[in-house]
Design a binder for this molecule. Structure first.
Ligand SMILES: C[S@@+](CC[C@H](N)C(=O)[O-])C[C@H]1O[C@@H](n2cnc3c(N)ncnc32)[C@H](O)[C@@H]1O
Length: 220
């Protein structure tokens, strides 16, 4: 049995929102398997071009880095995450890329990022924005660090049939596509497209179940 299923609902939510210690690393392994397809699809859809600077928000243990960097020549990856355990693991896993100057990892939150204006060509994030307590502040930050003409792509849980652990009392703030659309437009993004995608996944016991994800795309 994966360690994730041995945790209480509250502990699952806590470890997903800020993975910590050995349990956090095990949850990150579980996530890497679970979100592999969503991450691959997102990176492939970003339209990364040669020389692009790409930011991932809440990249966890940094397993998307090789895929991001191989999308085009001379791409640079930057990751920011609130979890010291994840920043340390992402830096360890991608040590060669860090040494080569192709990747860097930062401890910090989407709501207050240590980057200058217009720093990135592409920004993406999977499974993170449903933890944002103040999406207005976070989206303003994303817009600030995204250069004019740049684009962002984010995915998160939708309210429909959400997993048991994704509750407000555990820190999840699930919003539907209309709410995300309005928040993005309010933050000044253009070409906003927020949609709910349906997919079939297996529950921990192996039974197929429907999952609903928000896919949020926008440009500056
Ligand atoms: C559910 S995990 C998703 C990890 C990875 N994106 C994936 O798909 O496997 C959420 C990650 O976002 C980070 N996180 C949560 N809130 C954040 C915030 N406000 N700013 C930056 N990172 C955040 C957590 O520490 C955690 O590593």
């Amino acid at each position: 049995m994966a360690i994730f299923e041995t945790l209480t609902l509250a502990e699952r939510a806590r470890q997903l929102g800020n993975p910590e210690g050995a349990v956090g690393l095990a949850v990150a392994d579980w996530l890497n398997e679970n979100n592999k397809q969503a991450n691959a699809n997102t990176v492939a859809s970003l339209g990364i071009e040669a020389g692009n600077r790409v930011l991932e928000i809440g990249g966890g243990s940094g397993r998307t880095v090789p895929d991001v960097i191989s999308q085009a020549e001379d791409v640079h990856y930057t990751g920011i995450d609130i979890s010291p355990t994840m920043v340390e693991e992402a830096s360890r896993f991608n040590a060669a890329m860090v040494t080569a100057g192709r990747a860097s990892f930062h401890l910090g939150s989407a709501e207050c990022m240590p980057f200058t204006d217009d720093s990135f060509d592409r920004i993406f994030s999977i499974g993170v924005i449903h933890f944002w307590t103040d999406p207005v502040v976070a989206l303003a930050e994303v817009r600030r660090v995204l250069r004019p003409g740049g684009s962002m792509l984010m995915g998160c849980l939708a309210p429909q049939d959400a997993p048991d652990f994704a509750r407000p009392e555990y820190g999840f703030r699930l919003r539907d596509s209309d709410a995300w659309d309005a928040l993005c437009r309010g933050a000044g993004f253009v070409s906003v497209k927020a949609e709910t995608l349906e997919s079939e996944q297996l529950t921990p016991s192996g039974a197929p179940t429907k999952r609903y994800m928000i896919r949020l795309a926008a440009r500056v």
